[in-house]
Design a protein around this ligand. Structure first.
Ligand code: GLY
Length: 393
């Protein structure tokens, strides 16, 4: 049962935090160093052991350790640290077999190895983080100034020719903070130069004037010229995939944090205002695509959780009036999604239901289900509001 809808934001937050402590303690004991993605019949399984899901390389595998590092920061309970270290150990395989590392290196290693380094100074985690940053930097296209998305084989379901060497995607705005971090720790500006150039290219081709976004943009990999904006995980070409919108809000706010370039802050605000407007007319519940037909009505709670966390980041970089706007909107989203989708039963796995991986999910298996990054960003947002979060990005 969701938290009382009539209570104040402060009361809601205290109650959400209390329930989170209890649920995460139960889950950590039960799941340990398994790497979960989405439960089946209320039970997580180790998706790193399922090769059809990408095994240990799957892009979401950093979120469980990220949840554990967040809980360690909030509580100091050693069980969380020990379990997170065990998962980080497993993720090391990605850096040794080098199969399938792509633009998602940031999602994999910022909430795991880099979180550990930030929190404990672990020298091995520093090495892992830098190795991941080097792999991400190796995907930079200097003619087009962008980080290339995906491997050809992985993206073949989008492009029948299978050549996606000129593709960049909005999601990558959340991966480039790995490069900003690498420059911070090495004092070598090359990483952050690549990140900022990618962000500028994304600003030019991904974000539209009204703050809506393309998911994918294809550039000519030899010249950097614009070729096309194919549809991606949203409804169609030119529509507005809500999780992509949320990556843009959070990602541009982060590019502002790391570079101080005002332009990135303004882009983050533009994307945020677009999201707020579209959420406000729908009881603060995120549709999978803000420009899809009215029916069928499909939600993606993960877009809400990421948008809320991104708005809280944005709130740190603006004056008092705007800060209230963003924090209030974040509360509205968190509360609406918690009320509709939360599972607070300590005996079953996952917290936030209602996540959708992509719009055209014909068999419905990935529609309105709990997804690990929905839980991660819910935890991050709640802990941020409590002043107890670890900075990850
Ligand atoms: N980064 C892939 C997604 O958001 O589905």
């Amino acid at each position: 049962m969701g938290i009382d809808t009539t209570c104040s934001n402060e009361e809601w937050l205290d109650e959400a935090y209390k329930r989170l402590l209890s649920k995460m303690h139960a889950q950590c004991g039960r799941i340990g160093t398994m790497i979960p993605y989405s439960p089946k019949k209320g039970k997580y399984f180790d998706c790193a052991k399922v090769e059809q899901m990408g095994g240990v390389h799957f892009w979401t595998n950093g979120f469980w350790p990220g949840m554990l590092w967040q809980m360690y920061e909030a509580t100091g309970d050693e069980l969380y640290r020990e379990t997170a270290c065990g998962v980080d150990e497993r993720l090391n395989e990605i850096l040794t077999d080098l199969k399938g590392v792509d633009h998602d290196a940031g999602f994999l290693f910022l909430p795991s190895a880099v979180a550990d380094y930030r929190k404990t100074g672990n020298a091995l985690s520093l090495k892992r983080g830098l190795q991941a940053a080097n792999l991400l930097a190796g995907r930079f296209n200097p003619c087009g100034n962008f980080i290339r998305a995906w491997a050809d084989n992985a993206a073949s379901h989008f492009d029948e020719n299978g050549n996606v060497s000129g593709w960049m995607i909005v999601d990558c705005m959340m991966n480039i903070p790995l490069l900003y971090w690498a420059s911070d720790v090495t004092k070598d500006p090359r990483f952050s130069q690549m990140a900022a150039r990618h962000a500028k290219t994304a600003q030019k081709y991904i974000v539209r004037e009204d703050g809506s976004c393309n998911h994918i943009v294809e550039l000519n990999p030899d010249t950097g010229d614009f070729v096309n904006n194919p549809g991606g995980q949203g409804f169609c070409q030119g529509s507005s995939w809500s999780r992509g919108q949320s990556w843009a809000v959070y990602g541009f706010a982060l590019s502002y944090r790391h570079t101080g370039e005002e332009d990135f802050l303004n882009t983050a605000k533009r994307c945020a205002h677009y999201c707020i407007a579209n959420l406000a007319v729908n009881d603060w519940l995120p549709l999978v695509d803000y420009r899809a037909p009215e029916t069928p009505r499909k939600y993606d709670s993960t877009a809400g959780m990421i948008t809320a966390a991104g708005l809280l980041e944005l709130a740190e970089h603006v004056g008092e009036y705007e800060k209230n706007l963003y924090v209030d909107a974040a509360y509205n989203i968190l509360r609406a999604c918690e009320n509709k989708f939360a599972n607070w039963d300590n005996e079953t796995d996952s917290i936030i239901d209602g996540g959708t991986f992509f719009y055209h999910d014909e068999d419905g298996r990935n529609t309105e289900v709990p997804i690990i990054y929905g839980d991660y960003f819910f935890i991050e947002a709640v802990l941020r509001l409590k002043g107890k979060s670890l900075f990850i990005w």
